[in-house]
Structures are given as C-alpha cells and as structure tokens.
Design a protein around this ligand. Structure first.
Ligand SMILES: [Zn+2]
Length: 289
C-alpha cells in the first residue's frame, strides 16, 4: 500500500510517497508561493501514484475541529494568499482519497512516536525552535488539539536578570518565541545563530529560556519524553545546558525514573529531519483505516 504525505511550510511544500513502515520511496519539494500556483503542482504530483490516502501536516494556525465549517483550513496566517485557504478540501477534491490533517509540530511528534525515539510512549512533547517556536503534544496516546491546538511557543517567560533584550513577538514581546526563536537570537546578538557557535553566553541564555518552557511543559503535561528539533537545535552544545537548567528549575521537586536520566529524557529529533514527513505518512495510514 502506498500513502501520500504533504508537509506544508512557509517556504516549501515537501511531498512524498511512503509505505506502511514509514519508508519514504519518493520525495519532492515545491516552493510555497500562492495557493493558485503551488497547489496544482502539489496535487498534480500525486496523480497516477495510486495512493490510498494523504496525510497533511501544516503550518498554522489551522482548523482541526471536524465539526467546524472551516475544518481543514489554514486560518489566520499572515502569509499572503494563504489566509482562510481550504487546504484539506482542495487536496480531497483533486485526489479523491481520505485526508488526515494536523499541525506541522503534531506531525513531527507523530513521526517520532510511530517510527522514532518516542515509540511505545503515550505522552510526549515535540518542540521545534527555528524561525518560530511550536510544540506538538501527545497525551494519553492522542495528539492534543483542544479548542484550537496548543501554541506552546507563546508562553510567558521570566526574563533573565542580565538580559536587556525587549523581545520580538508582535503579540507578547517577551514570550518564549519572542525571546528564543532564531530571529530573536539574531536581533539580540546582531548575527544569526549559525555565526555565534563559539559564543558561550549566547547558548547559556538560550538554554535558560528553553529550560523554562520545558519545566512548564513537564509540570503541566507530565510527558514521558521531550524531543527538540528545528534549526536552532542543530546547535548541539545546547542539550547539556538545557538539561542542567531544567534540573535546577525542577529543584528536586519531582522524582521519577525518567527525570533521573535527563540524557534520555530531553533528546534531539531522531529521524534526520524526516520526522515531519514520516508523521504525514502515519496521518495518511490512520485516515485510510
Ligand atoms: Zn508570543
């Protein structure tokens, strides 16, 4: 059986064909311009490929409520042309197969839970830190949607006492994304993160903010594992700093076997940046079932 996968992003659409084992057999990348230009290229690529279903993981905000009139839409995105675009409907109309749909971060989490480092678990968080910050959350074996979907990149932060940066989020200034996403790093230090590799203070401060967020997720969601992905997390020096800060912030309050081994608890994404597209395959498999 073959399944289609579409991971929509701000700059490109990754499309793939995979099998029930999550193996990617064919993959292409199509630039995200306007829906009129991009979508016929996307759906056209899947025609004649004999897929059973398609899984889509999309940038948001998206409408995941099946009872809503705008289910399957990208909703209030500032990306020109894509606001209130019927993504699921467009794909369904062209390909005539069942369509599974979720957020990009839930897609990545599902990939890790099905094929990667979180296999066998029921509760986990996948956090991506890049141009923005978002988190996919699974609780009791289900991807969390709630009234909309979590926006765990926009939680408030306690600003570090030595940090004078005023924050980049247009809504909240000094929220997690406003203090710790790639654009905030670049604005605060005057250079992109890639060029700051050897500046210890950059990553110490970054780890301080990431650890605060993880501590909140741990306290509220009680995950069995936390997976960190996205461009900023390619800076591997961050991991030990984050674990150290989390241990300090938890301050011995919680005692579990998972927290005794933070090296196995707070981990990098494990699927070579294919976690998102592999999650889409799983969304398609579930949609076909
Ligand atoms: Zn914010």
């Amino acid at each position: 059986m073959l399944y289609g996968a579409i991971e929509t992003g701000g700059t490109k659409m990754v499309c793939a064909i995979g099998n029930e084992h999550g193996e990617i057999l064919e993959q292409i990348s199509i630039p995200t311009t306007t829906p009129e230009e991009t979508m016929p290229l996307v759906t056209g690529w899947f025609k004649d490929k004999d897929i059973q279903a398609v899984g889509i993981a999309s940038f948001g905000p998206v409408d995941l409520n099946r009872n809503s009139k705008t289910y399957g839409y990208i909703t209030s995105t500032p990306k020109p042309g894509w606001g209130f675009f019927d993504l699921v409907g467009t794909v369904q109309k062209e390909l005539h197969v069942p369509v599974g749909f979720d957020t990009d971060v839930n897609g990545s989490l599902l990939g890790e839970m099905t094929y990667g480092c979180a296999r066998g678990l029921t509760d986990a968080v996948y956090l991506t830190i890049g141009t923005g910050i978002g988190a996919g959350i699974m609780t009791n074996g289900k991807l969390l949607h709630g009234m909309l979907h979590p926006e765990a990149g926009h939680i408030p932060m306690a600003v570090h006492k030595d940090d004078t940066y005023t924050g980049k989020c247009p809504y909240h200034k000094t929220c997690f994304e406003g203090m710790a996403a790639g654009p905030a790093i670049e604005e605060r230090w005057g250079q992109p993160g890639k060029k700051l590799r050897d500046r210890k203070e950059v990553w110490e401060l970054e780890a301080y903010y990431i650890a605060q967020a993880l501590t909140s997720y741990i306290m509220i969601l009680s995950p069995q594992k936390i997976i960190l992905g996205g461009g900023v997390m390619h800076q591997e020096a961050l991991f030990p700093l984050i674990r150290k800060n989390v241990a300090e912030m938890l301050n011995g309050y919680l005692r579990t076997k998972e927290l005794e081994d933070l090296d196995s608890y707070i981990v990098p994404a494990s699927l070579n940046d294919d976690q998102g597209i592999m999650g889409c395959i799983k969304l398609a498999i579930d949609a076909a079932a």
